[in-house]
Design a binder for this molecule. Sequence first.
Ligand SMILES: C[S@@+](CC[C@H](N)C(=O)[O-])C[C@H]1O[C@@H](n2cnc3c(N)ncnc32)[C@H](O)[C@@H]1O
Length: 277
Amino acid sequence: MKKPSTNVQFTPYEISMCLHDVHRTRLWKQAIEDLVRPGDIVVDAGAGTGILSMFAAKDGAARVHAIELHPRFVALIEHMAELNEVSDKVQVHHADASRLELSEPIDLLICELLCTGQFFEPEVQVVNHLRQYLAPGGRILPSKVESFVQLLDAQKDLYGVRIDTDSRSDLLAGDEPVSTRARYDVIDFGRPVEPARVDATVELRARKTRVADAVVITSRAWLTEDLVTERTRFLYNPEVIYLKREVQLEEGRTYRVHIAYDYGCDTLDVELDVTPV
Ligand SMILES: C[S@@+](CC[C@H](N)C(=O)[O-])C[C@H]1O[C@@H](n2cnc3c(N)ncnc32)[C@H](O)[C@@H]1O
């Protein structure tokens, strides 16, 4: 298996999509308002534009460590802090959040490196590393992530052209779910996530006598106990991953799906097997 594609810097386009995904950003604002206590030391790991750092600073945090890999966003976070008159509270680190050493204990760790299935981004690696700095009673946002798998008869033609694609980050009108859906992964950030890898087998029942040539992966995250995020405009798009060999399903029959990958990897590196029970 290839190395995980962790520590992926976002482009200005992607970071703008995050910031302007109002549904997503409002949910995180609400969660931060619910979790930050006056005087807290907060870390915003993978801070991007710094929007979550601004929320924490304005909500009474004593200090916010905003950690970001991309130099362009580091300057942007500093400017945002000035504009919002919280420069005295926001300390920006141009660093890899999965390695940076902190000089003080933290009360709240915020990490929005979420991606469906926890592909592409190093959420798990970053939280695993930074959790060592949590003060007693320290909190992590998000607290839990779940992922689901379902068999798909995927649309193969687009614009009149046969598409050769290994995976894609959206469902198309002609994609037909052909099985039940099952939860294959739960990440509980209340404890270290070791190993940083999924290796799960679930059983799905065919809903149709059809070919399955792909799976669709979906996820949701608990930001607080009662604040859950599923798909928004930019977050948690369904990931369609094609099977190496298509499977002819029989309606009502059960199929075993084995799915294995390192968190943060590319969807192309996912091991998938579908076998009849
Ligand atoms: C999904 S964006 C979220 C940005 C921001 N937290 C928000 O909610 O709008 C993830 C950000 O993390 C940064 N990033 C990715 N890997 C990182 C790492 N290992 N250390 C620090 N930043 C990282 C990316 O460059 C990107 O800006």
